[in-house]
Design a protein around this ligand. Sequence first.
Ligand code: PRP
Length: 182
Amino acid sequence: MDHARINQPPEVLLSRYEIEQRVAELGAKISLDYRGRVPHMVGVLKGAWVFMADLIRHMEVDVTVDFLGISSYGSGTQSSGEVKITKDLDVSILDRDVLIIEDILDTGRTLKYLEDVLLAHKPRSLRVAALLDKRSRRIVPVRADYVGFEIADVFVVGYGLDFDQKYRQLPDIHVLRLAPTL
Ligand code: PRP
C-alpha cells in the first residue's frame, strides 16, 4: 500500500542524549572485547554512517573502516526482500576481525545476505553492531552481537534513517506515523 506522511511533527522515540549515552556505552563494551585487536568496521550504507561516525569516536582501540552499499527497501516502508550491493568493499577482509555496523535490523534479510557475502571472504571473525533492533519483525533468524536499543514495530527516521531518502539529518530518532493515501 502507498503511504503519505501525516502533516504533524514526528514524535521523538529516542533523543539525541539517550543515543549519545548508549553509543558511548557500546563503544566502551566493543573496545573491551577487541582489546589487542584492530577491528575492521564495515558500515552499511546509507543508514549506518551517522551511528558509525559517532561509534568510532568512542572506540579505545585502533580501528580501520570501510563501507558496503546495500539497498533493500526501495522507496516504501516495507522490506522488499530484494538485497543488492551498490558499493563493494575497498579492501580485503581476509583474516580481519570484521564488525558490521548497521543502523537497524528488521526482517534480517539484509544482514543474512551480508554475513554470507562477508564470510565467503574468510575474515578472522565476524560480529555485528546494530543501533536498533526490531526483533519482533524478524523473518530470517539473525542476531547482532551489540544492540543499542530494541524497539517496537514502528517506522523510525532520523540519525541516519530515512523515509524515501528524507529525514536522515534529524539528530533524534522519530516515529513516522503513516496514513494510507486516498
Ligand atoms: C535498512 C537498514 C538495513 C535494512 C534492514 O536499509 O539499514 O540495512 O534496511 O532491513 P531488513 O532487516 O528487513 O533486511 P535500507 O534498505 O533502508 O537502506 P538505507 O540504509 O540506505 O536507508
